[in-house]
Design a protein. Sequence first.
Length: 263
Amino acid sequence: MDTRAIGIFDSGIGGLTVLKELEECMPEENFIYLGDTLHFPYGDKTREEIIQFSRNNIEYLIRQNVKMIVIACGTATSQALTVMEELFDIPIIGIIEPTVNYVESLPLKKIGVIATTGTIKSGAWEKSLKQKIPDIKVVNKACPLLASIAEEGKAKSKESLDAIHQYMEIFKENKVNTLILGCTHYPIYDEIIQNEFSGRVTLINTGVAVAQKVKEYLQQKHIQNSEPKKQSKIVISKEEKDFDKKAKNILKCAKKLDITYFY
Ligand code: DGL
């Protein structure tokens, strides 16, 4: 048994979509969420920068005495996870491997991946998918505007509808009907993307597979929490307008959140 919290990080609000799944799957666990809003967006930064930010975030979470780390960010998973695993002894789970393991269980010949420019350029999703499922066809599309629009709280704006309409064209052309939301900001657009395909698309939210993997890990190692749960703590590295409102929307939470602004 281990009463310490699970540490989670992303560049901003996106990883809260993963926190939501983690909280639902493990209602007994404690969580500390770090949104690195000071360095948002990660999607257009260099690999060296992503490695540096990820390292700082993990060091911060380790100082908070967490028992494990979840990288709730596709960009940091694709470019920094392997380096972080070498640097730190603490268990670290990213979003790609658990999701690919889930995809392997589906009868699919073709899949779409949408993510940030950095993630798509890294080729990490395609490589990982093809390693597990050699004959799968992967259609990739970078959606550089989506994380920023969501972070600004404008996910339902005309700007976002237009961007999604344009980004989804390639999947319609290729008759792709299953899409991995390879950036953790994208589940915020779930409904809009569904509408774009008139409901005829399956969207894979990475948080679901990640939460399952974390749960299994805690069980295997016998390190589940055994004491009464505390409210999740949210820390952001730079104050952001209406962060609490956006966070409540994503977490579908009506009560006041525990948000600290600087670390
Ligand atoms: N939510 C992040 C991801 O999954 C980062 C988006 C960004 O900061 O550009 O890739």
